[in-house]
Design a protein around this ligand. Structure first.
Ligand SMILES: NC(=O)c1ccc[n+]([C@@H]2O[C@H](COP(=O)([O-])OP(=O)(O)OC[C@H]3O[C@@H](n4cnc5c(N)ncnc54)[C@H](O)[C@@H]3O)[C@@H](O)[C@H]2O)c1
Length: 385
């Protein structure tokens, strides 16, 4: 059992609201972590196992994510302890947002996370009679379909290009290996190829493809549309290897875009890439990060490289009350500019401060949040001088 007061440290949470509704059986929690830089924003998850502690941890991650991409929202997250497959899902969701009508949308705006769909975002807007209550709505209601547009993967490629430049090589001569050819991996492959890179290996849960001369990205994207993960079996011109092979092929850039915890200290000693760009969340253990740093292998941390979705969410936040349909073409230049700037800033901070990039990213985010807290007088009087 989490003692909610024990969650509080120098950053937050500022507010924890636990709600329940006897008739629908709804139980849920909203955690607003830190709003020094803006309104609380972070997805809403529905899972039978949601806990206050888990939601608080995710809200904190959002505080750092917004600050790391230098966008003006605060960290927050909400969780509903229910089965998303329940026939009562709509009633539970409606009861949850009704119970939070004091906070939504002035202090928190709902968004999509595990267990919630675009249709649920539409129900949330309906329940509160406010278009501003949620982002992630279907396109018919003016929403922005991040995954279909491949925004996160596009951002990963932009971050990779910036990091390659900072490390003294160009994508035009770079060989790339990508673990995972899903929404993020496929979109990253496409943009990396567009920027001149040669994609030499990819994988799905079914297996890996490796061709030192380069794989045909457009063909793989088309096959993925028809066969999903079995695209590797259908590709044809090279044999299918065991999944995991892609992590060890000779390449310049490795993009883990599937799962967390795939690169441990042992694997880190054997990687043959000179740069790792983390598209998945937490793919590299802290010990592996240390080994990579010792070996001179660069790394772009997850919450810098995969922040394209966060930038798109920021765009969707701005579009909530507009009568005009959001133009997805406007998002890509924003993602490119933000991710390139942040990648360069983090790598420069790491270099000058003698830190690893993950430490540098956290330091940058914390400095930005601390500055906002000071300016707003949100620090103890003794620290104000
Ligand atoms: N979608 C987003 O906008 C977004 C944003 C930030 C972070 N992420 C993270 O990026 C990762 C990928 O997300 P996604 O939306 O592309 O998911 P997805 O489900 O669309 O694709 C996942 C891909 O990984 C492959 N895979 C699974 N296990 C594998 C294994 N053992 N070896 C090789 N490949 C394997 C799957 O076959 C699939 O191709 C996840 O960790 C996710 O949390 C996604």
């Amino acid at each position: 059992m989490t003692d909610t007061l024990a969650l509080i440290d120098e950053w937050g949470p500022e507010k924890v609201v636990v709600v329940s509704h006897r008739r629908s059986g709804m139980k849920g929690v909203l955690v607003i972590d830190n709003t020094a830089r803006g309104t609380g924003k972070g997805g809403t998850r529905m899972s039978p196992h949601v806990t206050v502690g888990e939601v608080a941890r995710l809200a904190r991650v959002m505080t750092w994510k917004w600050a790391a991409v230098d966008m003006f929202h605060g960290g927050a997250k909400a969780g509903i302890a229910a089965d998303p497959a329940s026939p009562d899902k709509e009633a539970i969701l409606r009861a949850f947002v009704r119970a939070l009508s004091n906070e939504v949308p002035r202090e928190y705006v709902l968004g999509l996370d595990m267990g919630l769909t675009e249709r649920d975002a539409a129900i949330i807007q309906d329940e509160l009679g406010d278009r501003g209550a949620a982002v992630g709505t279907p396109q018919e209601l003016g929403g922005v379909p991040y995954d279909a547009l491949g925004i996160t993967g596009y951002g990963v490629a932009e971050a990779a290009d910036a990091a390659a430049g900072a490390s003294g090589f160009s994508l035009a001569t770079a060989r790339v290996s990508i673990q995972g050819f899903g929404a993020v991996g496929a979109a990253a492959a496409r943009r990396l190829a567009e920027l001149g890179a040669t994609v030499v290996a990819v994988s799905t849960a079914r297996g890996a493809l490796h061709d030192p001369a380069g794989l045909d990205v457009e063909r793989m994207v088309k096959l993925r549309g028809t066969y999903g993960d079995a695209l590797v079996d259908e590709y044809g011109s090279v044999p299918v290897c065991a999944p995991g092979t892609e992590l060890l092929v000779p390449c310049d850039i490795l993009v883990p875009a599937a799962l967390q915890d795939v690169i441990d200290a042992d694997l880190a000693t054997r990687l043959r890439a000179r740069l790792v760009v983390e598209a998945a969340n937490l793919p590299t253990s802290p010990q592996a990060q240390r080994v990579l740093a010792e070996r001179g292998v660069g790394i772009v941390p997850d919450f810098i490289a995969n922040a394209g979705g966060v930038v798109a969410a920021g765009f969707a936040m701005e579009a909530r009350y507009s009568p005009f349909r959001p133009d997805p073409a406007r998002i890509f230049p924003l993602v490119s500019a933000k991710l390139r700037d942040n990648t360069e800033a983090v790598l420069a901070t790491a270099r000058t401060g003698g830190m690893r990039p993950h430490e540098a990213a956290r330091t940058l985010a914390q400095d930005r949040v601390r500055a906002a807290m000071r300016l707003k007088g949100r620090v103890p009087l003794a620290e104000r001088a």
